[in-house]
Design a protein around this ligand. Structure first.
Ligand SMILES: *Cc1c(COP(=O)(O)O)cnc(C)c1O
Length: 373
């Protein structure tokens, strides 16, 4: 089979989504499935939807168009603030977007009016990740201006954690977001349907005991896809960690000294002096490299260790294994390795379990957004 390739078990992705949807529903929280790490792969999106997620979100319009082209009609939102140069497409393909700039919202509203539609705006609040976000002290003024903007509807507020920084949100952060939601409603009227607390980094908080307050949504990518916690990298219990595997072919395997051969030339006598080296290690070269994945995020079969990688080669120590040229090595991927492999054109993607997906959830008919009543 062609390699490098990613093999994808849709059943495990669906099971992860289903488990998280069920656990979070018990806490009054809906799940938005985040597809950016898989380039909006439509079969994976359908697996998430079959697992019960209430809608999808992606950071790139190209990925959203890909899902729409495959017939996915459920609510999809842009979780990266739209670029001013893509507002028309965002209106056409997305139901809503996460925003932090008034200029963008004005342009989005104008584009929506031209298309005789209305676009949902969710305001991203800066709560310490220091990536995107409106400062909390400016939020109510900002929200008031949004509610006065034609073509857009203020649908909610959201926060983001552990993306740029690596800090998990605290119960205090979540309580602060709840208070902000209520304050915005007090200042400018509309009921905020969506209070989205963050991504997979929030799972320890949401699966804990404390009050969830006004938080009624999480946007989950890593936990559904890999079953891991983005802050610690540790597996989350009851979730599959092996829905994805990367395969690469062995193009060389050979014993080599573990360090530069201790050879010295004695120039006067024109002789090569070889120093005995008994530290030979088996090194194996895989036909996969930094162009295909983040090689530092790969996990290898037991006993095999990464030595290094270049654009097209990955070198591993296989002293403890038997490896032959032409055989394939199976590897696990962390989020960063997965994201790069899924978007690399030279990495083939093979899905398993597609026939078991009923796909009826493509339009989310049975999965309305949860609203607080
Ligand atoms: C990527 C992203 C998410 C999903 O994060 P995970 O850690 O993969 O769950 C949620 N919200 C925003 C704004 C994102 O950029």
């Amino acid at each position: 089979m062609t390699s490098p390739r990613v093999e994808i078990d849709l059943g495990k992705i669906q099971a992860n989504a289903r488990y998280l949807v069920r656990r979070l529903a018990a806490r009054g929280i809906s799940v938005t499935g985040v597809t950016k790490a898989v380039s909006g792969h439509p079969d994976i999106a359908v697996a998430m939807l079959d697992g019960g997620v209430a809608g999808l979100a992606d950071a790139r319009i190209k990925n959203v168009v890909r899902m729409r082209t495959e017939g996915i009609t459920c609510p999809i939102s842009m979780i990266r603030a739209p670029m001013l140069t893509e507002t028309e497409d965002v209106i056409q393909y997305c139901d809503g977007s996460y925003n932090t700039e008034m200029d963008t919202i004005l342009k989005v509203g104008a584009a929506a009016k031209l298309q005789s539609t209305s676009h949902d705006v969710i305001l991203m609040v800066e709560m310490g990740d220091m990536r995107e976000g409106i400062l909390p002290e400016n939020l109510t003024d900002f929200a008031t201006r949004v509610t006065a903007t034609p073509g857009v509807a203020l649908r909610g507020v959201a926060a983001n954690f552990a993306c740029l920084g690596n800090l998990a949100p605290t119960a205090g952060d979540m309580a602060a977001l709840s208070r902000l939601a209520t304050r915005v409603e007090g200042a400018c009227g509309p009921f905020l349907e969506l209070v989205s607390g963050g991504g997979s980094a929030n799972l320890p908080w949401v699966l804990g005991e404390g009050s969830t307050g006004r938080i009624n949504n999480l946007r989950l990518g890593e936990a559904i896809l890999l079953g891991t916690d983005p802050v610690t990298g540790h597996p989350i219990s009851r979730l599959h960690n092996d829905a994805f595997a990367l395969f690469a072919e062995v193009v060389e395997t050979r014993d080599k000294p573990s360090s530069i051969p201790p050879v010295s030339i004695a120039p006067k006598r024109g002789m090569l002096k070889l120093v005995r080296c008994d530290d030979l290690r088996a090194r194996t070269v895989l036909a996969v490299g930094q162009q295909d994945t983040d090689t530092s995020g790969l996990t290898f079969p037991s006993g095999i260790m990464l030595i290094g990688a270049t654009s097209d080669h990955t070198v591993v120590d296989t002293t403890k294994s038997v490896v032959s040229v032409g055989s394939e090595m199976k590897m696990g991927m962390n989020y960063s390795a997965l994201m790069r492999a899924m978007s690399a054109p030279d990495v083939v993607k093979i899905v398993h379990g597609k026939q078991k997906m009923n796909g009826s959830a493509k339009n989310c008919e049975t999965q309305p957004y949860l609203t607080l009543v």
